[in-house]
Structure formats: C-alpha cells, structure tokens
Design a protein around this ligand. Sequence first.
Ligand code: IPM
Ligand code: MN
Length: 334
Amino acid sequence: DGKYMVTLIEGDGIGPEIAQSVKDIFSAANAPIKWESVDVTPILKDGKTAIPDAAIDSVKRNYVALKGPLATPVGKGHVSLNLTLRRTFNLFANVRPCKSIQGFKTPYDGVDTVLIRENTEGEYSGIEHVVVDGVVQSIKLITKEASERVLRFAFQYAQEVNKPKVRAVHKATIMKMSDGLFLNLARDISKEYPNVEFDAELLDNACLKIVSDPSPYNDKVLVMPNLYGDILSDMCAGLIGGLGLTPSGNIGDECSIFEAVHGSAPDIAGQGLANPTALLLSSIMMLQHMGLFEHADRIQAAIFKTLAEGKTITGDLGGKAKTHEYAAAVIKNL
Ligand code: IPM
Ligand code: MN
C-alpha cells in the first residue's frame, strides 16, 4: 500500500504516551508509515541480557526503528537495554543535532551544532571487574576499527549537511593512548576529506567555551568518543531548552534506531504530562533518513510553530498543556 513499515519500541514510563502523540500526528499528516510495535522486555541468552528475537527480526526486516525511553537500572541489575540495542545492531554512530527552536526563548539564541558520538565502546564497553576488595576496574576500550568508522561517518555527514568543519573533542593530554589513538586517526582520516576543515579541542575547554558562547560551534560537526558525547550532548541540550527538545539517531550499516535522549520519567508517567517533542523530532530525523523530506518538513514546521506560539506547551517548557493537547495543537498547525 505504498507505506513503509517501521519498528516501534514504545519504551517505559512516559514512552507509550509520547509514542501515541507521534502516531496521532503522523496519521494526521498522512505520513506513509506503518508502525510495527515490538516488546523488548529483556531475556537472558548465554547469561547475558538480550533482546527477544521477534524484536530483532522486526528491526532487521524494517531497517528503521523509532524508540522511546527504556529504564536503566543504576549500579546493579541487567545491562542497559538502550546499550544492548545499540550493540546488537552495531549502531556505531549516534547523531545528536542541537538546534535552537526559533521563537522558543532560552538564554542562548541561534544554537546550531551537531554532535556525533561513538556509540559502541569506550567506557560503555561494559567490561568491569573487581581487582581486589576495594579496587575496581572499568575498562575504556578504544579500537581503531570503531574509531575510524565513526570518524569517517562524521566527515561524510559534515559534507552532506553542508557543515564542512569537523572538530574532534578529546582528552588526549591525559588519555594518551585511547584518546591519542582516536585523535591520530581523526587527523589521518581528515586528509581523505580535503573539502572539510579539521581541528581538535580538549573536552573541558569545549564545555567552557560552548556555555560561554555557542556561536563558534554552529558551523561545526563535533565528533568524540562515547562517554564524552553522552555528557556534552546533554550539556548542549541544556542550551536550547532541555532534553525534551533534542532528537537523536543511532546509525548503523544495516539498520538505524531513532530515539529521544531523555529518560522514562516515572514520576510523571501515565498522567498525560510528558513532552513528546524529543521523540517527535527524532521521528523527523527518521523521515529524513528515509528520504521522506516533504513529510518531515511539514511535521517539523508544525512542531516549531506550536512551540513558538507558546500557548500549548507542556510543563517542562513552562506551559500547562497535557500531552494530547500539545499533539492536537501540532495537528492544527500542520
Ligand atoms: C543517552 C542515555 C543513555 C546513555 C543511557 C540511557 C544508557 O543517557 O542516550 O544519552 O548513557 O547513552
Ligand atoms: Mn545521555
């Protein structure tokens, strides 16, 4: 029927509510998407946390998935399912655009940068052990293979989105071997992209500079190892109004999963208070990834208009609207 099948992982907490807004807005916009909802409640396979086969098959079949937040146990319990998904499908690049929403006031104007985060290793490799009582080791694993892959992706992305400047963010002054490898590979690979300017910056300095004045970062694609990207992307989200407004895409060779960066917000779950914008903007990235630019533009314009009007926005943004009222306002603005 000319529709594209997309796997939908609604997620925990506020996940089902914000997923409902996406479904409602997509059908009002006649977006040619058919949702295939899957259950990702973890199973144990060879003693490790794993995703049920039916969910894996669905993502592989559809190539594209949209995902809500999945709760992550702190300091104990199973490995984060979010990470399991990234690793299961080898989603090596995490793309996190951070762009001010016109008309939505924050202390910063005109932020427009993109973070690309290595998504499979670093401190997230999950290799930890007790050496002796009171001494533990968490391994930061950096490989040439994964670094090259995400770096090449960043340079290509920079060319495509016409931000032909790549900056590697690192701490190679201290992590001489791991970040040193990442940085040296970035320098090598930059030579393959003569049209893209390349430079590098220390992570702590980047944090200081970006909160002081984000504008020098506007024309750049920032690429970095996993944990740095996790932290810096939340910080950048803070510049434009918080995690309720920032999308992300986990990109792999075989499939891609688009997800909101925020958590499952159990404190407000089930009350119709959640802001679906981050998941919506992630679904816009998904439409663009699928080449459905007209639908992407139309839905995105309606979201931005609704946020700029400021009358029907959710509590996290200083408004009073319920999730479904916000979605209805977006639909009216289509
Ligand atoms: C993110 C999240 C995840 C991460 C958590 C939920 C595992 O914070 O996508 O940034 O740390 O990568
Ligand atoms: Mn994070």
